[in-house]
Each structure stands twice: as C-alpha cells, then as structure tokens.
Design a protein around this ligand. Structure first.
Ligand code: NAD
Ligand code: UDP
Length: 313
C-alpha cells in the first residue's frame, strides 16, 4: 500500500483522484485550503480507513511521510484564479517549491498537474509537447499561465539538480460531475444556464475552440503517468483531441438538456486563446492511453449530476 498525498484533493479533479486511489487500496492524505474545493466533494470518503483530510495552504511548508505526491492545488477557473492573482502565482510557485522540497526530503515521486495554458494563445495547432507556447507575461491570465510555467521549470530543475523523480502532465480542458456550479468554466456555465432556463453566455462570437476531456479519462492517464518508470518525466499532454467551437458546445448542451434558453453574446475576455487541441501521440506511446468518452456521453453524465444537485432528480 502506497501513502499518497493529493494536494487540491477537495477540488473537482482532486476528489475524483482521491476516490480512485482509495478504491485501489492506496492510503490517501488529501490536503486542501478549500479556496475552490469543498468538503462536499469528499465527504463520502470521511469514514474510509484509508482516507485522511488536512486543511492546509501549500504556500506554507509542511512535513509528512509519503511515497507519492499528486500536486493539484491551484484554482483552475479564470474567475477564481483572477480573483486573487498574487495568491494564484504563490500557490503555483511557492506551492511547487514546498511540495518539491518535501518530495526531495522523503524521496517521493511527484506529479505536477500542469495545463494546456502553458501554450497560451497557440500559433501551432494542434499543440505538441515540444511547442514552447505564446504567453502574455503581464495579462490577466498570466498569474495562472506563468505560475504553471514556472512550476514546470522548478520541477525540471529539481529533477536535474536534486534527482527528484518528477512527472508533469499538461491537462487540457476537463469537465464532469463535481465541477462547482459557480465555477465559471464554460461546460458548467452552459449546463447550469440551460437547466435553469437562463441565457447561455457565449463570450465573443463563439468561434473559439476547446477540446474537452471527461474527468474519468483524465484520472486514468494521471495514474498511468505516476506509475511510469523514472526514465519518463513528461511533460505529456492529456486531453481529448475532439475540437469544438463554443457555439457548437452551446447548441449541444441545449439539445441534450431540451432547454429553450436563448444564446447571448458577451465580450470576449482578454487573452482568451482562440483555439486549443492536444496532440496526444506521446500519451498513446508512453501511457498506452487515449480518451474513451466522447463529448456527448460525458455531457450527459455531467447534466445528470447537475440535475440531481439542483432538482434532486
Ligand atoms: P479546482 O479549483 O476544483 O481544484 C483546485 C483545488 O485546489 C481546490 O480544492 C482548492 O481549494 C485547492 N487549492 C487552491 N489553492 C490552494 C492552496 N494554496 N493550498 C491548498 N489547496 C489549494 O480545480 P480543478 O479543475 O480540480 O483543477 C485541479 C488542478 O488541475 C489544478 O492544478 C489545475 O490547474 C489543473 N488543471 C485543471 C484543468 C481543468 O480543466 N479542470 C485543466 C488544466 C489543468
Ligand atoms: N466561455 C464562454 N462562456 C462562458 C464561459 C466561458 O463562452 O460562460 C468561453 C471562454 O471565453 C473560453 C472558453 O469558453 O473561450 C473556455 O473557457 P473556460 O473558462 O472553460 O476555460 P479556458 O478558457 O481556461 O480554456
């Protein structure tokens, strides 16, 4: 049985990861400051003998004996990471230093939840891991993008300088049950708006694209990545290469919910990437992984979750 630390374990992705690890027999310590996560996401695990919860902000150091660390702590939705941008950068950078220091001290393997945002507004499409990205260093998304880029730098320097066993995954837009209803990300926004009969808020002309990965597929890839040998550090893209415009996403959500919400067009936030789609050849080769859940099936599950949350059905 491995002792595993999951930072950000009370968040959307982190809670699914805790579930999966506990269910496969690992001993899980979830650390979270509940900035965007909630106890509701993990309360079903409280009575489990292999699950422990600690309230802590990873920008401050702490010491625990663990074998593996999944570092997920960081707000991921633009409205939340932009609410306190200094704290966002601190979480990525100080948090990475603290978790890498811990990994070095206890000789733990450590995985960083990096992001497709390291590619910024990409000029190469789809994005391979070898692309260095086009990122604005001083814009409103920079606290997140540059924070995550600096975290990747720290991971690779701890690997080169201190021989820490690192794993870096670049996660593309992921969705599914347990997204926060007020999270502000596009999938949860559109589903909540459709179910409530509110207008669907499309930013810009809706022609910008994203590739959406269902959370179960992502968790498979993260666990496979952690299980790889020390010769593979990544970075590796994890995402679903299906590419959709926000207009298409809105129309699909309307069809699947049977909603009559109107579509309204609001200003595009600054630095909003125009297109994004992962190249996943490396994940296929190294992790024998590719996503299995298409957008419609994943949206149906997510719609079921929000219906249950709002209407108990
Ligand atoms: P989330 O906001 O639901 O989860 C983040 C969790 O981290 C929350 O529980 C929050 O309370 C916690 N947290 C934030 N700052 C903290 C701190 N200083 N100390 C301790 N805990 C802290 O977001 P998510 O979608 O679950 O994302 C999880 C990770 O995956 C993040 O690192 C994010 O950057 C990365 N990621 C997510 C996506 C996506 O589409 N969901 C895409 C790319 C990368
Ligand atoms: N978006 C939108 N309406 C919303 C929320 C987001 O049109 O209510 C757009 C947003 O401008 C972006 C895309 O959807 O182009 C994905 O946004 P999200 O915040 O989910 O993720 P990210 O921009 O970080 O990829």
């Amino acid at each position: 049985m491995d002792k595993i630390l999951v930072t950000g374990g009370a968040g959307f992705i982190g809670s699914h990861l805790c579930d999966r690890l506990v269910n496969r027999g690992d001993d899980v310590l979830c650390v979270d400051n509940f900035y965007t996560g909630s106890k509701a996401n993990i309360k079903h695990l409280f009575a489990h003998p292999y699950f422990e919860l600690m309230r802590h902000d990873i920008t401050f150091p702490f010491y625990v004996e663990v074998d593996r660390i999944y570092n997920l702590a960081c707000p991921a939705s633009p409205i939340h990471y932009q609410f306190d941008p200094v704290q966002t950068t601190k979480t990525s950078v100080h948090g990475a230093i603290n978790m890498l220091g811990l990994a070095k001290r206890v000789k733990a393997k450590i995985l960083q939840a990096s992001t497709s945002e390291v590619y910024g507004d990409p000029e190469i499409h789809p994005q391979p891991e070898s692309y260095w990205g086009k990122v604005n260093p001083i814009g409103i998304r920079s606290c997140y993008d540059e924070g995550k880029r600096c975290a990747e730098t720290l991971f690779f320097d701890y690997w080169r300088q201190h021989d820490v066993q690192i794993k870096v995954v670049r996660i593309f837009n992921t969705y599914g049950p347990r997204m926060h209803p007020n999270d502000g990300r596009v999938v949860s926004n559109f589903i909540v708006q459709a179910l409530k009969g509110d207008p669907i808020t499309i930013y810009g002309d809706g022609q910008q694209t994203r590739s959406f990965c269902y959370v179960d597929d992502l968790i498979d890839a993260m666990i496979s990545m952690m299980d790889t040998g020390s010769d593979f550090t990544g970075p590796v893209n994890i995402g679903n290469p299906g590419e959709f415009t926000m207009q298409e996403l809105a129309e699909t959500v309307l069809r699947l919910t049977g909603s009559r919400s109107e579509l309204i067009y609001l200003p595009l936030p600054s630095d909003d990437p125009r297109q994004r789609k992962p190249e996943i050849e490396l994940a296929k080769e190294k992790l024998s992984w590719e996503p299995g859940i298409g957008l419609e099936d994943g949206l149906k599950e997510t719609i079921r979750y929000f219906k249950n949350l709002f209407f108990n059905c």
